[in-house]
Design a protein around this ligand. Structure first.
Ligand SMILES: Nc1ncnc2c1ncn2[C@@H]1O[C@H](COP(=O)(O)OP(=O)(O)O)[C@@H](O)[C@H]1O
Ligand SMILES: [Mg+2]
Length: 504
């Protein structure tokens, strides 16, 4: 009797599981309920996962972005113009991923790994999800190696360390991309791999960047990931995560990787667009509530790994575009708070022709100082203080007040420093040359020179660093400090050469 009852129960259970299995199967395919501007709502698909890829007719893929009891919100990654309500969608059971391999070097791809450079598919054995948990604290080593940008104004006052996140922000057309590009070009013989992730830009602007990478012969150490302004909002949204997954792949081989997100303002806008269409509740400036989280979980992935994990690093240069210099708008403030410092570009400096147009008073690097070469660090501390006092002094001097000799001298020195900090695009400078030039400026040897002579002086000093003082340059790179005797020897030689060439 008992046995019979249990058998009956078993049968019932089996029967019901069969039914559920069948039901599940039928839910692997679903229908578009409504569709609008790059997003769609689908019915059914009760087992689908967040970030899962779905396939639509015409080989269009979409990614699951919202889950509710009876509907699923999807963003398209390809153009869905031909799709309509009633069209079928198929599950892939795959969370969105990207192929990773060393073959990616030198390539231009979209955020799902499709080639955009006409060189055929990227050979890859492995695929990795575009979203991944960041490394835990105990896997992370302190930032202790500099990442040289080649720009005096940055490597001196706001030095960047490998594994750091340094924000570049400023209005349109103030030289943000130029700084990132110079930094990539400066990695030419350093072994650092660069990833340039273009988000929401015009295709022509991206093409210019790629042409410059080719022209300066660095594309073979770069990977360019592009989701342009003409691409689907969903594609723009996933671009930086995909690029970071590629960066991690190289970092985990012990390599140092530099990643540029150009820019996160466009990224936030794409996310806002898709969120509004998916009917997520809008918050400040109509951005959804998790806008802060989408950027923090991205930038968290930059790090310097401990030796045991290979010691690689991922340095991030996110770019943010401001309007009328307003850094207290929602997106800039958010991102300022989750980076290790910012380089602020000023439109008024740019208009005056001071380039790079870095506002030193508003720029800071919170961890890079520890990584800066000791010879540079000991030089820059006093210089920075002097320079900030000079800027204040100069604003007073504008009122035409009578000045004593000492003030006049301070102004002259400050102007010489500013002149030395100026640098044309595509002319990154070796860090040892930078140190020698700033040392000479600090000593007053370049006071009162006009632009032409200042430039000539810099060339003379740099050339001595690469000939007579080659050994000293090497010692500097080996993290040695310069003793007073060495400094004096260098300064005497620089002065003699500058006089010989009639620069001073
Ligand atoms: N240091 C520089 N020297 C000369 N030209 C520069 C420099 N920095 C930027 N530029 C030029 O200024 C323009 C705007 O720079 P870009 O980097 O595109 O600005 P953003 O990315 O902020 O919009 C470009 O034409 C660029 O070549
Ligand atoms: Mg730009």
């Amino acid at each position: 009797m008992l046995k019979k009852a249990s058998e009956k129960a078993m049968n019932a259970i089996e029967e019901s599981t069969k039914k559920t299995k069948a039901a599940l199967k039928s839910q692997e395919v679903s229908e578009i309920q409504s569709i609008s501007a790059g997003t769609a709502v689908l019915t059914g698909l009760s087992n689908v996962k967040m970030d899962e890829m779905l396939l639509f007719p015409g080989n269009v893929s979409g990614m699951v972005q919202t889950l509710s009891d009876d509907a699923v919100g999807v963003v398209f990654l390809d153009n869905p113009d031909h799709l309509k309500a009633g069209d079928k969608a198929v599950r892939t059971n795959r969370i969105l991923d990207i192929p990773v391999s060393n073959q990616l070097l030198g390539r231009v791809i979209d955020p799902v790994g499709k080639p955009l450079d006409g060189k055929g598919a990227v050979a890859a054995k492995e695929r990795r999800p575009i979203e991944r948990e960041a490394y835990a604290i105990m896997d992370r080593a302190p930032v202790d190696q500099p990442l040289q940008t080649g720009l005096k104004a940055i490597d001196s006052f706001t030095p960047i360390g490998r594994g750091q996140r340094e924000l570049i922000l400023g209005d349109r057309q103030t030289g943000k991309t130029a700084i990132a590009l110079d930094t990539i070009i400066n990695q030419k013989n350093t072994g650092v791999i660069s990833i340039y992730c273009a988000i929401g830009q015009q295709a022509a602007a991206v093409a210019r960047v790629i042409a410059d990478l080719k022209k300066y012969d660095v594309l073979q150490n770069c990977i360019v990931v592009v989701a342009s302004g003409e691409d689907q909002a969903g594609m723009q949204y996933i671009a930086p995560y995909a690029a970071t997954t590629i960066g991690e792949f190289f970092m985990e081989q012990g390599k140092d990787v530099l990643i540029v997100y150009d820019d996160l303002t466009n990224h936030a806008r794409a996310y806002r667009q898709m969120s509004l269409l998916l009917r997520r509740p809008p918050g400040r400036e109509a951005y959804p509530g998790d806008i802060f989280y989408i950027h923090s979980r991205l930038l968290e992935r930059s790090t310097h790994l401990i030796k045991k994990l290979g010691g690689g690093s991922l340095t991030a240069l996110p770019i943010v575009s401001t309007e009328a210099g307003n850094i207290s708008a929602y997106i800039p403030t958010n991102i300022i708070s989750i980076t290790d410092g910012q380089i602020y570009l000023s439109a008024s400096l740019f208009q005056k022709g001071t380039m790079p147009a870095i506002d030193t008073g508003r720029s800071v690097s919170r961890v890079g100082g520890d990584a800066q070469l000791p010879a540079y660090r000991s030089l820059v501390g006093p210089l920075k203080l002097f320079y900030s006092q000079f800027e204040e002094l100069e604003s007073f001097a504008k009122f035409g007040t009578q000045m004593d000799k000492e003030t006049e001298e301070r102004l002259n020195r400050g102007r010489a420093i500013r002149m030395v900090m100026e640098q044309r695009q595509f002319q990154p400078m070796q860090v040892t040359d930078q140190i020698a030039i700033l040392m000479t400026t600090n000593e007053g040897l370049l006071d009162g020179l006009d632009t032409e002579k200042n430039k000539k002086a810099q060339e003379i000093i740099a050339s001595l660093m690469n000939t007579d003082f080659k050994d000293i340059a090497k010692a500097i790179l080996d993290r040695q400090k310069l003793d007073d005797k060495t400094k004096q020897k260098m300064l005497t030689a620089f002065e003699r050469a500058l006089k010989r060439e009639k620069v001073i």
